[in-house]
Design a protein around this ligand. Structure first.
Ligand code: EPU
Length: 351
């Protein structure tokens, strides 16, 4: 296990925020995980005083200062086919694998199913934490199970989809053990490997408007999975900034849900509000549209800004601090609340 001191974190968070970790350990094997558990930082008293930070791809993170507690960088590699039956493929990846590379690899192997989730920044281990989703597919639709280690006891355990408590950009890993949703696992579990079930026969998921547009534009009526992968990459590249070039954490806020009455009230004042009815009767609003309507597109607070092509994405215009990002986020929350009566909920973890 590699322990480093005073590590610059800029390249470990997709916002590109400059901060330091006083101590960082890299986990490359399950033996490293066991060695980690023996460190003084991980003993109960110390752990409660200075909770550690588990770092995957760092793509859903706002760092607001130097990190004094232990940073655990997950570098667990490996990807393999575990089983193939007439009903599907069971594929496994180490938590440290890059998500997009893993998606591309499954397609290259001839195992379709993850193509709509192409180009989402981050690691495989982080994908279930916030139940990543895009273009009509959520991780939970392809998830089979995961392996994790309980950081309190050192015991390994496995969770199936039901046990992960998936919701919209939500899972048990986002809730504290004694939190509002009962049995949360935030801060207690270290995900080591994730398994995906890719069903046969493969069926394209094309319902999303941007994909329908691509179908109409190209005249390709029955695209194969690689074609959808290419479309998704093109759509994302056109409207989302590449974190390597412009620091960002993807969508900064969740799309809020409101009651039909609340939505009707907003439509009466703003007929163009983008809204989608949900199966449970509630209505989801496009947070990007709400922020855009408040005039935020292209605006900045210090070096943090609102992306010109998608108001839901906050960007680092160069040298932004986490404080600037959060000041901007709060200003956006206030103006959306004042105009629409809706409190936007941030997506990234703030440390
Ligand atoms: N819109 C505007 N102005 C804007 C941004 C959006 O009017 O500045 C409108 C768009 O015209 C569109 C609607 O809002 O009618 C929705 O926008 P978009 O299709 O870009 O999707 P989104 O709801 O903003 C969600 C996910 C993305 C995911 C896309 C595609 C959330 C919070 N975000 O964005 O996920 O890629 O759908 O499925 O659910 C992420 O989580 O980091 C992420 C990028």
């Amino acid at each position: 296990m590699l322990v480093e001191n005073n590590v610059a974190l800029q390249r470990y968070n997709s916002f590109g925020i400059q901060a330091r970790a006083l101590r960082m350990v890299r986990l490359r094997s399950l033996d490293d995980v066991q060695a980690l558990l023996k460190l003084p930082d991980m003993q109960p008293q110390q752990r409660d005083m200075a909770p550690h930070l588990v770092l995957g791809g760092g793509s859903n993170l706002v760092i607001t200062g130097d990190i004094r507690s232990l940073v655990i960088k997950i570098d667990l590699a490996g990807r393999r086919l575990l089983d193939e039956t007439p009903k599907g493929w069971l594929v496994e990846a180490g938590a440290g694998e890059n998500w997009h590379d893993f998606v591309a690899w499954t397609l290259a192997q001839g195992w379709p199913g993850l193509e709509n989730l192409a180009l989402i920044p981050g690691s495989v281990g982080a994908s279930p934490v916030q139940n990543i989703g895009a273009y009509g597919v959520e991780l939970q639709d392809r998830f089979h199970s995961l392996d994790a280690i309980d950081l309190r006891t050192g015991e390994p355990f496995t969770l199936n989809a039901a046990q992960c408590g998936f919701g919209y950009r939500d899972s048990v890993f986002k809730h504290p053990p004694a939190g509002d949703k009962g049995l949360g696992l935030a801060g207690c579990a270290l995900i080591t490997a994730v398994r995906f079930w890719l069903p046969k026969p493969w069926k394209p998921v094309l319902g999303y408007l941007d994909l329908e547009r691509k179908r109409a534009e190209t005249g390709v009526d029955a695209p194969h999975a690689q074609q959808i992968f290419d479309w998704v990459c093109a759509i994302r590249r056109a409207k989302l900034p590449d974190p390597v070039v412009i620091g960002n954490a993807g969508s900064f806020f969740k799309n809020p849900t409101v009651s039909p009455e609340q939505c009707a009230d907003i439509i009466a004042r703003d007929p163009k509000v983008v809204h989608y009815p949900m199966p449970d009767g509630s209505i989801k609003l496009a947070a990007g549209w709400l922020i855009d309507a408040c005039g935020w597109k292209g605006k900045s607070v210090g070096n943090a800004g609102v992306y010109e092509k998608q108001a839901l994405v906050l960007v680092n215009r160069g040298g932004a601090t986490g404080g600037e990002v959060m000041t901007l986020a709060k200003a956006i929350q206030t103006s959306v609340y004042e105009r629409f009566g809706i409190l936007l909920e941030p997506e990234p973890v703030v440390v």
